[in-house]
Design a protein around this ligand. Structure first.
Ligand code: PHE
Ligand code: NA
Length: 454
């Protein structure tokens, strides 16, 4: 196969594109990160800001990013360069793509470590260690796991190898098959858990915590975290959706696909939140428990449910799969860039990048034990620092620049041909990308600099 053919695989259908994009979006961000940051930031008001960011910034930026990929027809730095040339803008726009390539590698380096926790839980659940388990016992299991860098390193290695294995095989062989069956199953199991939650006394308290906003608890830092999470959870601002968009044939509707992606992603996050806080309040646990929240709560729920062994084991298996389908999209921008720009074989590029991710991940492994008290950014461990720099700075910045590029640099004619929106919606879309999304991001950045200067 020639390099050209390699660089332009196409999704076999709109459905497969949506499945892959949903596979990228739905992951640890929804099931692990959203509940714990909502818990740390006081619940309702934080959730409301997050939902506003998803609707007002996330959805339009997602559309813009997919569109840029399809119009630029290449890996993300090259797609931006192609479009900059076409619309007579500075070649420096390709830096947006490059910073996204870097963000993907940085995010993946901690993402695989957390996915490693899920695979440990899958195994523990499968062998029956979580049968009828109580909150204090699962809390101890979790802290023992974090205290053991070798266990974390082992699972991190396993996840990196699985990711590399899938990506090295290429778009058709790897990605499509991986995402085809698991998303609906994950959704179903969350509905089963929702049914269980609704039968618990603490269900109402969980709903109140998540949906009754108390604005006295909202800080500018919480707003930044909510906004950053809107980017993180939708996989936008770093080129993953751009690369996926570049594989999407012209005839398919981007707005339709984007609405589905946002809907599915938001639904999974809210379901996970409702379930987890039902367990939190039913067992006197701490909503602000941090990154361990998912892992310290759900086994308790499974322990109390009938058929809990089966559902728990299946659940953690699906979390691992959901993490993998996000992981492959985190590394895809880097792989396709290295492959095409450095004329390297896809498999070589993937193994090389996988090694880099593995190496960086050791920093995250250690930040839960040996480096627990070592700070990189002020007050932040290696993991916290990476998470902060990527989700709260790099993704919003990248997404903001994509919005600006689509609305100010790309011509009206090209934009209308790409999205085929009715005139009123197209006007709203353009106004959002021109003003609301960039100004929103800038206000949140500026407020954080003013209220909490580093
Ligand atoms: N959206 C994924 C999640 O919520 C994470 C991700 C971020 C994937 C950026 C790709 C790009 O888990
Ligand atoms: Na997500």
């Amino acid at each position: 196969m020639s390099a050209i053919e390699l660089s332009k695989p196409q999704w076999s259908s709109q459905k497969v594109f949506i499945l892959a994009a949903v596979g990228s979006a739905v992951g640890l961000g929804n099931i692990w990160k959203f509940p714990y940051i909502a818990g740390e930031n006081g619940g309702g008001a934080f959730v409301l800001v997050y939902l506003l960011c998803v609707a007002l910034i996330g959805l339009p930026v997602l559309m813009a990013e997919i569109g840029l990929g399809r119009m630029g027809k290449a890996n993300s730095p090259q797609a931006m360069a192609n479009l900059a040339a076409e619309f007579r803008a500075s070649p420096l726009w390709s830096l947006v793509g490059l910073s996204g390539v870097l963000a993907g590698v940085l995010i993946l380096s901690f993402y695989t470590v957390i996915a490693g926790w899920a695979i440990d839980y899958f195994v523990e659940s499968a062998v029956g260690h979580f049968r009828g388990i109580q909150a204090d016992a699962i809390g101890k299991h979790f802290s023992d796991l974090l205290a053991n860098p070798w266990a974390l390193l082992f699972w991190h290695t396993v996840i990196v190898l699985m990711t590399v294995g899938i990506v090295a095989k290429g778009v058709k062989g790897g990605l499509e098959k991986a995402v085809n069956f698991m998303m609906p199953l994950l959704f179903f199991i969350l509905l089963v858990l929702l049914g269980w939650s609704a039968s618990q006394q603490s269900f109402g308290e969980s709903l109140r915590f998540l949906f009754a906003p108390d604005f006295s608890k909202l800080t500018w830092e919480a707003v930044l975290i909510a906004m950053g999470h809107a980017f993180f959870t939708l996989s936008i601002g770093m080129g993953a959706m751009m690369v996926y968009g570049s594989y999407l044939p012209e005839r398919h509707s981007i707005p339709k696909a984007a609405v589905w992606i946002v809907f599915a992603d938001t639904a999974v996050a809210l379901l996970a939140g409702i379930i987890i806080f039902t367990v939190v309040f039913g067992n006197g646990l701490e909503p602000g428990a941090g990154p361990g929240l998912l892992f310290q709560t759900l086994p308790v729920a499974f322990g109390q449910m009938s058929g809990g062994w089966f559902w728990g084991t299946l659940f953690f298996f699906l979390v691992v799969l959901a993490a993998l389908s996000s992981a492959i999209s985190l590394i895809e921008p880097a792989v396709s860039w290295v492959e095409q720009n450095w004329r390297m074989k896809r498999s070589t590029a993937t193994w090389l990048l996988g090694f880099l991710v593995w190496l960086l991940g050791i920093g995250t492994v250690l930040s839960f034990n040996a480096w627990k008290h070592v700070h990189f950014l002020p007050g932040k461990t290696f993991f916290d620092s990476l998470d902060f720099i990527t989700a709260n700075i790099m993704l919003p910045l990248g997404g903001m620049l994509m919005a600006i590029f689509m609305a100010w640099v790309v011509s009206d004619k090209a934009r209308q041909a790409e999205f085929r929106l009715p005139p009123a919606l197209d006007g709203a879309f353009r106004f959002d990308l021109r003003a609301i999304a960039p100004v929103g991001v800038l206000i949140v950045f500026a407020s954080n600099l003013v209220s909490d200067p580093y």
